[in-house]
Design a protein. Structure first.
Length: 162
């Protein structure tokens, strides 16, 4: 059953914390598995500008997160949290502080693709960006935004433990 939030969700399927320079999928290929939607931001029914405008209105809280911790430590914690959430980590590259994963939606069993990118601001602070893309459907029924929020909530808990 789709909840009221899913019905009210905007008709987009690609959510990112960085709409200006969205994390790019480097390892996940377009031809892997069944896919209706592109991994290129704004390459489907709507332009990048349209997707950005819709996302900003629907999910103003989803944006790049800055933490006061070295990038390598943040990367390790982010990988741990992705695994904790049940994501299948399909590729990771510590040299560029990025990993990619897939997850299966509980209700319909759809596969969604995720990319997480960490960037060092200096030796003691970092930014975290994440992008979650549904492989099928014009709308994700709010699943990608929910996934991003859950990731950051769990990551915050892990960083507090440090």
């Amino acid at each position: 059953m789709v909840g009221i939030d899913g019905i009210r969700a905007p008709r987009i399927h690609d959510i990112t914390t960085d709409t200006v320079n969205p994390p790019k999928f480097i390892f996940t290929r377009e031809d892997e598995g069944f896919r209706e939607n592109s991994l290129v931001y704004g390459a489907d029914q709507l332009s990048a500008e349209q997707v950005t405008a819709i996302q900003r209105e629907a999910y103003p809280d989803i944006s790049t997160v800055t933490v006061q911790l070295a990038a390598r430590k943040v990367y390790q914690k982010a990988l741990f949290v992705g695994s904790l959430l049940g994501w299948k980590i399909s590729s990771k590259d510590a040299s560029i502080l990025q990993f990619e994963a897939q997850t299966i939606t509980p209700l319909f069993g759809f596969v969604d693709d995720i990319v997480v990118r960490i960037a060092a601001l200096d030796e003691h602070s970092s930014t975290i960006d994440i992008r979650s893309v549904s492989r099928v459907g014009v709308t994700d029924l709010g699943a990608n935004a929910k996934r991003i929020r859950l990731f950051f909530n769990k990551l915050e808990q892990e960083l507090i433990i440090l």
